[in-house]
Every structure is written in C-alpha cells, then in structure tokens.
Design a protein around this ligand. Structure first.
Ligand code: PMP
Length: 444
C-alpha cells in the first residue's frame, strides 16, 4: 500500500467513524482530516504523506518536553509491566502516585501541599469547585456555593467546567448548565469586588482564573490584578483557585504561572504539561490550611474520586517528565525562547502593517491581526483562518482565535524549542503575513 492509498483509507474511516473533539463536523466530512500524524520528534510532527511540520501549539498546549521522548515511553512501559493499575480509592495507594504528589507539593508555590489526582483539566476544575463547596459545608457555611469566573476564560468541558467557562459559545453549545456560576470582567479586579458585593460574599465559595487566558486568545492579566484579587478573596473569605492547566510545568518561563503574579492561590489545578501529554493526568493542589481543615473537620468519606485518580502509569510518566523539565531547565528555555519569539514577531510587526498587537508571556504568544496598524481597524472578515492555512502549507501548525472581536493567532511551541526553530517560526509567519497583504489586503 502506498502512503497515498493508506492516507485515503484512513481518511475514509475517519469520516465514517471518528467524531473529533472540538471540530467543524461538516468541514471534516467534506475534506477529511488535514493531517494524520504518525511520528513526532522534538518540535516536529510527521504525517502519513511524509510531511514534516513544526508543532507550534505543542499539540494542545501540552507537549512541553517535545515529541519522541524515549525516557517517557520507558517509564510508562516499566510501570505497566510491574503494576499497570490499582485503585487509589479508600485507603489503597501506590508508589508513583505517592512520589508524584510529594514532588508536586514540593514544586508548587507557597503553602500548596496536598494533591488530588484526576484524568485531565476539566475534571481538575470540577474537582476544585466541589472541594470548595464541600469545604464551606464542613466549615458550617453551606450557603457559600457560588463560583465566580472571568469573561473570555476557558476551564474545560465537564458540566462544572463548561458552566465556569467565560467564552459564551462553549456555554451555548448546551441548553442547560450547572447553577451558581457568575462572571467578572477579565481585566478588572474592581469588577470582581463589585460582583462579590452585589451577590453577597456570604454566598460565594470561590473565584477561578487562568494566570494567562489561553484558549481565549493568550491574554495576560493587568499588572497587580491577581494581588488585588487575593486581597479581595481574603477580605471576604473566598477561596482563590488558579487554573494552571496550560500555564503549569514551565510554559510561562517559571514552573507555574502564578509565581510571576505575586499571589498565592488556595487551590491550583494542573493537567497537560504534567506528563507533556504522554499520558492523561490532571489534579488539584490544596493549601496546607485547606488540607488541615479537611483532616480536622471531615469524619465521613470524601465522596469524590475518578477511577483513574492516581493512575500508576500516568504518575510514573509525570515523575519522569518533571525530571526532564528540571534537568534540561525547560522553564528557563521557555523564558528565553519566549522573549525571542515575541521580539521576532514585534520586528515583523514593525515591518508590516497587519499585526495589531503581539502579546503573551514565556512560550504563550498571541498575534492580533488588523487591516491597518495605525487605526487598529479590523478586516471585515476574520483573517486568522487564512493565516493558519498558509502556515500549514509552509510547515507550521498554529491556532486561530476568532471569539468576539478577536482575529488572532496563538503559538505555544514545545519548551525544548531551539533558537533556530524559533527563527524558522518567525520566518514562516512573516511569509504568511506577506501573503495576507499581497493576496487579501488589496481586496479591501
Ligand atoms: N483549563 C484550561 C485553562 C485549559 O486550557 C483546558 C484545556 N485546554 C482545560 C482546563 C481543560 O482541560 P482538559 O481538556 O484536559 O479537560
């Protein structure tokens, strides 16, 4: 069978049987999959046709250590051969889960010190909401149940996580959501204070935020925003949850994003980069105070747990992955390469007229596309989809974000990216911007 025949066979089966997550179902039926990947090495992916592309998104912001890491495959294989699975429910335990919990407690900022494991980020966030509410029940304040999130946020697709997601299209996908979720303006701590005072602090359990909004288009918070949020939460007895599902494990240039914000959360959700995507895993880290209160006040069973909470193989992979991140200094590399990527894009912005803004931190970078830099006027139709198609033709995968007014491209390459690979990303993007200006701009 030739590569072409194999691609055709797989594309037909894909269309007939594979419902893709977060996907344009009609377009998939018309065109089939754009890439059927077969191999990965470092920042590169290869498909069935032999095309080699740069994974400019670390796939789903998660392949932090890069593709093709034999050490991670070996850690998984060793663990599966000795003990593939066992329960963590009740009083059962296993060594990789214990060691990983201790390691994450050690790496986490400040007083965060006890870990509840899940299979991914959505489950981590739902766990945080439930633990926050259960906490207030134990503290004798069962009326504290509202969760405040932010506009333009993304927290996943479980029912609680969807209900907390500020990006409206995700909430509109279904016609009934979980109750008691509210939204504050994403750029203003004063808006949060106002909402708390309006709803009544005695009814509010927790506030959740991404240190940098990711799926919403890469938006860092204003300076001192999280310090003010922490103060308001302390003033009114509200738990502060950091959703570090994207920002955790080195992505922003430090091990966790909140380290750069001068605010310490009561709970921190993680997933993605904890295993660099080599195995499904997520979790919530609780502060020592919350953990102590649970230990003191709970005499029943903690009735929350997933079959795969503390999965031995996923935890063994995570331990090896964290060792790679630390040994190779990948968070420092993210800081250095992130600066180069941002500066490179700013240089392109200075040479061209259709990049309105370059934003981000570490290896989370966003470009806002405009028709005219001077006036910041937008194109009448969104151009980010044109640009990602052009980038794919030239061997680079990145993502478009077109929620609301945005017409943006986002980048989050593996943290092991080299200086030369960063230069290649910038070069490809400049070619795409030139194509936009030559082929599209003149029509307007
Ligand atoms: N929180 C954030 C900030 C995310 O970016 C994501 C996924 N992109 C999630 C939660 C959900 O994680 P998962 O897809 O693993 O359920």
């Amino acid at each position: 069978m030739t590569n072409e025949q194999k691609t055709q066979e797989l594309a037909a089966l894909d269309k007939a049987h594979f419902i893709h997550p977060t996907s344009p179902i009609k377009q998939q039926q018309e065109h089939g999959p754009s890439f059927i990947f077969t191999e990965g090495k470092g920042v590169y992916l290869k498909d069935t046709n032999g095309n080699k592309v740069i994974d400019g998104m670390s796939s789903l912001w998660n392949v932090n250590a890069g593709h093709g890491r034999k050490e991670l495959a070996e850690a998984a294989s060793e663990q599966m051969k000795t003990l593939a699975f066992t329960s963590s429910f009740s009083t059962f335990s296993n060594e990789p889960a214990i060691r990983l919990a201790a390691k994450i407690a050690d790496l986490s900022p400040g007083e965060l010190s006890a870990v509840f494991f899940t299979s991914g980020g959505s489950e981590a966030n739902d766990t945080a909401y439930k633990l926050a509410r259960h906490y207030w029940i134990l503290k004798g304040k069962p009326e504290k149940k509202k969760i405040i999130s932010r506009n333009n946020s993304y927290h996943g697709v479980a029912m609680g996580a969807t209900s907390a997601t500020g990006l409206k299209p995700f909430r509109d996908f279904t016609n009934s959501l979980a109750p008691d979720f509210y939204f504050a303006n994403s750029q203003s701590a004063a808006s949060f204070r106002h909402l708390v005072e309006q709803e009544g602090p005695e009814t509010i359990a927790a506030f959740i935020a991404e240190p940098i909004q990711g799926a919403g288009g890469v938006h860092p918070a204003p300076e001192n925003y999280f310090k003010e949020i922490r103060q308001i939460c302390d003033e009114y007895g509200i738990l502060f949850i950091a959703d570090e599902v994207i920002t955790g494990f080195g992505r922003t240039g430090t091990m966790f994003g909140m380290e750069q914000e001068g605010a310490e959360p009561d709970m921190m959700c993680f997933a993605k980069g904890v295993t660099s995507g080599y195995a499904p895993l997520g979790g919530v880290v609780l502060s020592k105070k919350m953990h102590n209160d649970f230990k003191k006040l709970s005499d029943g069973v903690l009735l929350h747990g997933y079959t795969y909470s503390g999965h031995p193989m996923s935890c063994a992979v995570a331990l090896e992955n964290i060792e790679i991140i630390e040994k190779e200094g990948l968070q420092e590399n993210a800081a250095i390469r992130g600066k180069e990527l941002t500066q490179g894009f700013k240089a392109v912005q200075a040479r061209r007229n259709t990049i309105g803004e370059v934003r981000g931190k570490g290896l989370m970078v966003g470009l806002e596309i405009v028709k005219d830099q001077g006036s910041q006027e937008k194109f009448p139709t969104k151009q980010a989809p044109f640009l990602i198609a052009e980038a794919a033709k030239r061997g680079l995968i990145c993502r478009s974000v077109v929620f609301g007014e945005q017409d943006a491209l986002v980048f989050a390459p593996p943290l092991c990216i080299t200086k030369e690979e960063v230069e290649k990303v910038i070069e490809i993007m400049e070619d795409c911007i030139v194509a936009l200006e030559e082929q599209v701009l003149k029509k307007y």
